[in-house]
Design a binder for this molecule. Structure first.
Ligand code: NA7
Length: 553
């Protein structure tokens, strides 16, 4: 094949990179998180391509490299938040807790990178700023912040779904005399809250994890809540030796299970319907799920995400728990005043979140009732008070899914920019390819199940599909693959239909809809039809010689 003959091998490439010359590779991958690491391994070691990862951070980890805020922990259980492509890796790695904490995930990903000798083909501290497709050469010219240029035949974005911080445009932030941080850009040497008056804006999954930890050392923590949120106890515990033994003996079965569930987690959704269950039975089942803790609370009944009346039973149960836990009735009322169906926004899980509001050094401000107006040198001003602060923590989420892609100046055929192509919202076939952008693959792009699924399961499927596709192209001497506008349009309809069958679009500020970012088109971005169905669709497309894509020699 042309690219295997003409391209330098990885060794030549590395010396090119050091000498600052334009490096040429078969495949460039942007991002060294879960996706980028596995994509590198597949393309380099399985297909024998020259491949390189460009990573803005100084280490592997992607989302986890940046999200080092207090309490940062994955909500998927550790044994499922793992790669499953290597039995050896599964046999040798041991997680310590039910949910992995950020530093442990970093150790895991570094272990993977070292074990498979990936770091030699990752360029750290290299932020990609542009990627322009040259039709005549059928290559992508990729530019970095430092002014370097690289060319590649295949460009794979592994930029993550939640990597572009959303810092709200609150007037006066630049005048604040204290320090402020976004949780997704947390300082690597940490932040000392001891004796400080801290204001935290945001009560999504991140804010719910951070507040209890910040409250332990801060002099005072003020939580600014715009939208009240449900949360279920995570019930994190150290893994017992028995459970660790079970995992070693059962990983093949766990893998099989995760590949057959809708959400890629190692637990199924009950077939019971909430409304077919007596109130007493329902209460008992919710109590049991509350005791078990974790994301599987939403799997207690099959109809929770589809039927508002069914959802109300879970919502009422969870509001009741808030009122039981939080001692001050006025605070409990603000926390329980939730305006959306349970799990229609990403449902947080917590360790002592609601309990934190029983501490003397924690207070809650309802900024839906009294909006934040501005930030002054002293702190945050709402419509009815000024809160004096030393530190502001923005737990305000991300410009999700499209943000990380649109931050790069991506231009496809005829100079078409991704920004223009997506002006009315993202359109992508299977979340994998955008019409007008040949040989560009987007791992966990908008239109994929990704964030509605246990991420490593979604990532492994995408990376393997892309790898098989490139392998097919090589075998059949195909030089270029590009999806069609018709296929992308049809898939957009499918994504909409899947979302509209659920309660997920019925939320005002959901990041699934892009509605958390002012001016962002309101389009439901992830595919809600389930990982199981999605996997079958992708396999069918490949089996039908990549139906929906144009392949050219
Ligand atoms: P989320 O889930 O987007 O939560 C962001 C929070 O910040 C949410 O409570 C927002 O309120 C709040 N927010 C955002 N902008 C503002 C302004 N301007 N004023 C007041 N409050 C604001 O982000 P997370 O980081 O918690 O979680 C992201 C994902 O990471 C999570 O879903 C998991 O998949 C992991 P709102 O609800 O918009 O009213």
């Amino acid at each position: 094949m042309e690219h295997l003959i003409a391209m330098p091998d990885a060794t030549t490439l590395r010396s090119d990179a050091r000498s600052g010359q334009v490096a040429e590779v078969d495949a460039l991958i942007i991002g060294a998180g879960f996706s980028g690491l596995y994509q590198l391994l597949c393309l380099r070691d399985r297909l024998g391509l020259s491949a390189q990862v460009l990573e803005a951070g100084d280490g592997v980890g992607g989302t986890w490299y940046w999200n080092r805020y207090p309490g940062a922990r994955c909500d998927s259980e550790s044994h499922s938040y793992s790669y499953y492509f290597s039995d050896e890796l599964l046999e040798e790695w041991e997680w310590s807790e039910r949910y992995p904490e950020q530093p442990e995930i970093m150790r895991y990903l570094n272990h993977v990178a070292d074990r498979f000798d990936l770091k030699r083909d990752i360029r750290f501290g290299t932020r990609v700023t542009s990627a322009h497709y040259d039709t005549a050469a059928n290559r992508w010219l990729v530019g970095t912040e430092a002014g370097e240029q690289l060319t590649t035949k295949f460009l794979i974005t592994a930029v993550g779904c939640l990597s572009t911080a959303n810092i709200p445009d609150i007037p006066g932030l630049d005048t604040f005399a204290g320090d402020w941080y976004h949780t997704g850009q947390w300082p690597h040497d940490g932040v000392d809250f001891t004796g400080k008056r801290v204001g935290q804006i945001g009560t999504g999954s991140t804010g719910i994890q951070a507040a209890p930890v910040i409250a332990k050392t801060a002099a005072h923590l003020t939580v600014f809540q715009r939208t009240a949120n449900y949360s279920v106890p995570a019930r994190n515990v150290p893994l017992t030796p028995e459970f660790k033994r079970y995992l070693k003996q059962s990983y093949a079965e766990i893998r099989r299970l995760m590949h057959t569930t809708t959400n890629g987690h190692p637990f199924g959704i009950s077939e019971r319907l909430a409304l077919d269950t007596t109130p007493e039975q329902r209460q008992a089942l919710y109590e049991a799920a509350w005791e078990t803790g974790g994301l599987q609370f939403r799997s207690t009944f099959q109809d929770l995400l589809f039927d508002k009346a069914a959802n109300d039973t879970a919502a009422d149960f969870l509001r009741g728990k808030i009122r039981e836990i939080v001692k001050d009735p006025a605070t409990a009322a603000i926390l329980a005043d939730i305006d959306h169906p349970f799990a229609a926004k990403r449902p947080p899980i917590d360790t002592n979140y609601f309990e934190t509001f029983n501490r003397d050094n924690v207070s809650l401000v309802d900024v839906r009732a009294t909006p934040i107006e501005r930030i002054t040198p002293k702190g945050i001003v709402t419509s009815d008070a000024e809160y004096e602060l030393d530190i502001i923590v923005f737990a305000t989420g991300f410009d999700a899914m499209t943000g990380p892609l649109l931050n790069i100046d991506i231009r496809g055929r005829d100079g078409l920019s991704m920004k223009d192509a997506w002006q009315a919202g993202p359109k992508s076939y299977l979340g994998l390819q955008v019409a007008g952008f040949p040989n560009l693959f987007t791992v966990t792009g908008p239109g994929s199940p990704s964030v509605l699924c246990n991420m490593p399961v979604a990532i492994e499927q995408h990376v393997e599909w892309i790898t098989d596709c490139i392998s097919y192209m090589n075998e059949h001497e195909v030089e270029r693959i590009e999806t069609t506008a018709e296929a992308a349009d049809k898939w957009a309809e499918e994504v909409n239909t899947a979302a509209n069958a659920t309660l997920l679009p019925q939320v005002k500020h959901s990041w699934y809809l892009g509605a958390n970012i002012p001016g962002k088109p309101r389009v439901f971005m992830p595919y809600a039809g389930g990982m199981l169905r999605y996997r079958d669709i992708c396999s069918d497309v490949a089996a039908r010689n990549y139906e929906g894509f144009v392949l050219s020699r």
